[in-house]
Write a protein that binds this ligand. Structure first.
Ligand SMILES: CCCCCCCC/C=C\CCCCCCCC(=O)SCCNC(=O)CCNC(=O)[C@H](O)C(C)(C)COP(=O)(O)OP(=O)(O)OC[C@H]1O[C@@H](n2cnc3c(N)ncnc32)[C@H](O)[C@@H]1OP(=O)(O)O
Length: 194
């Protein structure tokens, strides 16, 4: 099977501009929403992705595969691995641009099986911006930051305004957040991204 990658980004892009309030390299980012399956503390069997801002439009993330994440016996489910990349790429885009954005398209190459108990080290990079379209890519290495590459992913995020979440979200969840903003991360900007 040919694995020649298509041209990336697929359209002409501008270099991304880091927002003045983007976290400094080395900042631990923490969950953006307690009930987020990718990063939230309140989700017992969630992925609990931990992310750290890095230099040069990059985010580093770690995800440890548990029993609850299996597809085949002892191996991570591919859909959950794609979820980990959605989360890491979403953080790459949202944190650097400090603007809400949702996943429009996500493609994932699975190069090696990922066993239960192993940790995936993901590096996400913001590749370019074309109007509301934001392109980002990531690589996941097994067991260590310099371990073998297990996955690669590329995504298109589309920037949206806050009305997206008000219009499409559930009223009771929005009310709960209004009553207890600590459900979202308590930073200078609140993180409404899904
Ligand atoms: C003060 C705030 C600060 C914030 C800071 C944040 C820090 C955050 C930290 C942490 C981040 C969190 C991490 C979360 C990670 C998880 C993210 C998810 O899983 S998101 C859930 C899944 N995704 C959806 O639910 C989207 C569902 N889709 C939609 O709502 C719409 O389709 C949407 C918004 C994507 C586009 O709809 P339209 O009507 O607004 O715009 P149209 O014109 O259709 O698209 C815009 C452009 O994008 C292209 N486009 C859209 N989808 C495409 C696709 N699938 N493939 C190719 N192009 C696509 C279109 O062709 C168009 O391009 P042309 O401008 O014409 O060149």
């Amino acid at each position: 099977m040919s694995r020649v990658p298509p041209v990336w980004p697929p359209v002409e892009v501008e270099p991304p501009q880091r927002h003045p309030d983007a976290p400094e390299p080395g900042t631990k980012l923490g969950p953006h929403y307690a009930h987020c399956f990718g990063c939230g503390d309140a989700v017992e069997h969630g992925l609990h992705l931990h992310t750290v801002a890095d230099e040069d439009m990059t985010i580093r993330a770690k995800f440890t595969v548990t029993e609850a994440h299996q597809g085949a016996p002892g191996l991570a489910h591919g859909g959950l691995l794609a979820c980990a990349f959605d989360e890491a790429l979403g953080a790459t885009v949202g944190e650097q641009l400090r603007q809400p954005a949702v996943t429009g398209r996500l493609e994932t190459d699975f190069l090696r099986p990922v066993p239960v108990g192993s940790t995936l080290h993901i590096v996400g990079h913001l590749d370019g911006v074309a109007g509301r379209k934001v392109y980002a890519s990531a690589e996941g290495r097994l067991g260590a930051p310099d371990g073998p590459v297990a996955l690669r992913a590329r995504a298109l995020f589309v920037t949206v305004d806050l009305a997206h979440f008000v219009e499409h979200g559930r009223a009771e969840d929005l009310r709960a957040i209004a009553e207890d903003p600590s459900l979202l991360r308590n930073r200078q900007h609140f993180n409404i991204n899904p």
